[in-house]
Design a binder for this molecule. Structure first.
Ligand code: NAD
Length: 280
């Protein structure tokens, strides 16, 4: 598995399994077992997914050594203070049955994120988190964070797929040496991106599926991807993307199908961010 070096020297497997919306313990356990068999070692969850405990169980039962795994979780919006963030982190750690996280992210740029970051910096200094980062942060959010941050985020996890390529944000993150991680890398199976004719043509040329072409395109942009599936065959397919390369011409063709079309969750929707403070 290809690894990327983060700005603090830590390595991250460039492809992992996302587990958003997996709300059934058996589905989660089975998909994690399938993923481990296919070679996945990187898993992306969040407190708000309410499945950290199942992921923790599945990983513990696998017998794979902790140091071979890369586990990401995220602090939810309802935790707005320094103390709350520390408490939330320890709850996640307990559910995940581990004594450290590889990556912990601020889930959304909601109220209090500078304070949350201060708490994450403390946990990072204690060695309880190997790398700290943000999610759904756009340029103004990062600029505001950096006014008080002592540690620069290692990563920004944002919606990114061929119909929402985030070219500007990608360049901004690159200029700061913050890694770009894509959530919804396959467009969440919505918006017809998995039926796009340009992608279909490229898929035929490589004898791969459209999903594999999309994942390969992300990888060649130096983006970390965490596609989600609970189906054995798709889980295997999604990691089978390291034996071919898209040409420069194909990369250019894909760059031209961008529609700047967000699928869900707008970090600029301040009403939604406010409401989310009351959700758990
Ligand atoms: P995704 O783009 O990974 O799409 C998943 C969907 O694509 C599946 O449900 C399935 O319908 C389809 N799919 C998967 N593999 C396929 C294949 N090989 N062929 C055809 N269809 C396929 O969307 P996602 O789950 O929303 O995003 C991935 C991960 O990102 C999540 O599981 C979660 O861990 C993370 N995430 C983070 C945030 C955030 O705010 N930070 C938001 C959403 C998701």
């Amino acid at each position: 598995m290809k690894q990327l070096k983060l700005n603090n020297g830590q390595m991250i497997p460039q492809l992992g399994l996302g587990v958003f919306k997996v709300q059934d313990a058996n589905d989660l356990r089975r998909s994690v077992t399938d993923a481990l068999k296919s070679g996945y070692r990187h898993f992306d969850t969040a407190a708000i997914y309410h499945n950290e405990a199942w992921l923790g169980e599945a990983l513990a039962e696998s017998g794979i050594k902790r140091e071979e795994l890369f586990i990401t979780s995220k602090v939810w919006n309802s935790h707005t203070t320094y103390e709350d963030t520390i408490t939330a982190f320890h709850e996640s750690l307990k559910k995940l049955q581990t004594d450290y996280l590889d990556l912990y992210l601020i889930h959304w740029p909601s109220e209090g994120y500078n304070e949350k970051w201060r708490a994450m910096e403390s946990l990072y200094a204690e060695g309880l988190i190997k790398s700290i980062g943000v999610s759904n942060f756009e340029k103004p959010h990062i600029e505001k964070l950096l006014t008080t941050a002592k540690v620069k985020p290692a990563i920004d996890q944002v919606e990114t797929h061929p119909y929402f390529q985030q070219k500007k944000l990608h360049d901004y993150l690159k200029s700061l040496d913050i890694a770009h991680e894509a959530w919804g890398p396959l467009g969440q199976g919505k918006g017809h991106v998995l039926e796009d004719p340009t992608l279909a043509k490229i898929a035929d040329a490589h004898n791969k599926s459209i999903a594999q072409i999309i994942l390969r395109w992300h990888l060649q942009r130096d983006i970390v991807v965490i596609p989600k599936s609970i189906h054995t065959e798709r889980i295997a397919q999604n990691i089978d993307v390291f034996d071919f390369t898209l040409t420069d011409e194909e990369m250019t063709l894909i760059s031209m199908i961008d529609k700047n079309q967000r699928g869900s969750g707008d970090p600029n929707d301040t009403e939604w961010l406010k409401e989310s403070l009351n959700r758990n």
